[in-house]
Design a protein around this ligand. Structure first.
Ligand code: UT7
Length: 325
């Protein structure tokens, strides 16, 4: 669907991240389960992952990332009108991570809610926040992606447990981007018919939960390759742009081979792709804001750069977002 009315986009003014202290390498995993550093690296690009301690809950990590984003934007919690958290691993069914972060930040104004779209959650949350801002229902929104997937993993299933990590990333979206700046386009999709190729057989992300992640990796891979190529094409063509206009691809970090496939399709150089999967593994809804935060803070992404983000996850859900920084 195309927009019939043009409203001012939201601009991105803050980034922040938090990673758990504990790093676990592939070799360490190989001492516990039947796998090897060689298998994990060649199939996925992953070398290590950060895994949360008991204290490093979703609320704890989301708050840390939020504070870092506020600091980057030179804003205070009282400047924020809303918090949207993308997560599949809230500490509780409710209160949401968002309202608990609101309380932790000392905010009594505004609203907060969580949004569930698995690994595509951050793209869905960005799009939601952008539309709240465009509709003038909020001026500034904290958008957070946070996951403790380590609590959802079956640590005896080598086909899934080696793939994921924990962490949080946050951005701040603000009203009144200039024409041609900010979130130029977001595209969201889902297809519930494929719910059984990547799912959790229960709910809640606390460590007592019996719910565990199940995945048919080969099938998910197949869908990722086609849907992500279509989603990036859709976002670009709506704006009359091509791969040649993009400065940076900031993809969901599930597998280096999927990332390379999208980059090839867009004819991007490897040095235009922000990659964290080697160090973070797949942090689901947190992976894009973690990567974005890293590349903004280390100076790779500069003011005026055109950034393409994309993700696919359980649902199936998938989407893309085009941002002029
Ligand atoms: O973020 C949400 C979206 N998720 C994704 O995008 C993930 C998409 N899928 C993938 O990234 C890949 O399909 C995987 C990395 C999950 C798997 O890679 P693959 O090349 O598709 O491997 P496969 O599933 O075809 O497995 C190949 C072999 C199997 O052995 P056999 O049946 O050929 O004898 C597996 O049993 O590798 C075996 N295997 C392992 N071996 C060592 C599976 N996991 C492991 C492991 N260590 N951890």
């Amino acid at each position: 669907m195309s927009n019939s009315v043009t409203l001012a986009n939201a601009k991105l003014t803050g980034v922040g991240a938090y990673l758990p202290q504990k790093i676990v390498t592939n070799d360490e995993l190989a001492t516990r389960i039947d796998t090897s550093d060689e298998w994990i690296r060649t199939r996925t690009g992953i070398r290590q992952r950060h895994l949360a301690s008991e204290e490093e809950t979703s609320v704890f990590m989301a708050k840390k990332a939020a504070l870092a984003a506020l600091d980057y934007a030179q804003l205070k919690p009282e400047d924020i009108d809303g918090i949207i958290v993308a997560t599949s691993t809230p500490d509780q069914v409710f209160p949401s991570v968002a309202v608990r972060v609101q309380a932790e930040l000392g905010m009594t104004q505004g609203f907060g809610f969580d949004l569930s779209a698995a690994c595509s959650g951050f793209i869905f949350a960005l799009s939601t926040a952008n539309n709240f801002i465009k509709a003038r229902q909020a001026e500034r929104i904290l958008v957070i992606g946070v996951e403790v997937f380590s609590r959802l993993l079956d640590w005896s299933d080598r086909t899934t447990c080696v793939l994921f990590g924990d962490g949080a990333g946050a951005v701040i979206l603000e009203a009144n981007a200039k024409k041609g700046e900010g979130l130029l386009s977001t595209k969201l999709h889902s297809d519930g018919r494929y719910g059984d190729i990547l799912y959790v057989d229960g709910a809640a992300g606390n460590s007592d939960s019996k719910a565990k992640l199940k995945m048919n990796g080969r099938e998910v891979f197949r869908h990722a390759v086609t849907h992500l190529a279509d989603a990036v094409e859709e976002a670009l063509s709506e704006q009359g742009l091509t791969g040649a206009d993009i400065h940076w691809l900031v993809p969901h970090q599930a597998n280096q081979r999927i990332i390379d496939g999208v980059a090839r399709k867009l004819q991007l150089d490897a040095n235009q792709v922000v990659v964290t999967v080697d160090r973070h593994a797949n942090t689901s809804a947190a992976s894009i804001p973690l990567a974005l935060s890293e590349a903004v803070k280390d100076g790779r992404i500069k003011k005026g750069d055109l950034i393409l983000m994309e993700a696919l996850g359980g649902g199936l859900t998938w989407g893309s977002a085009l941002l002029r920084f």
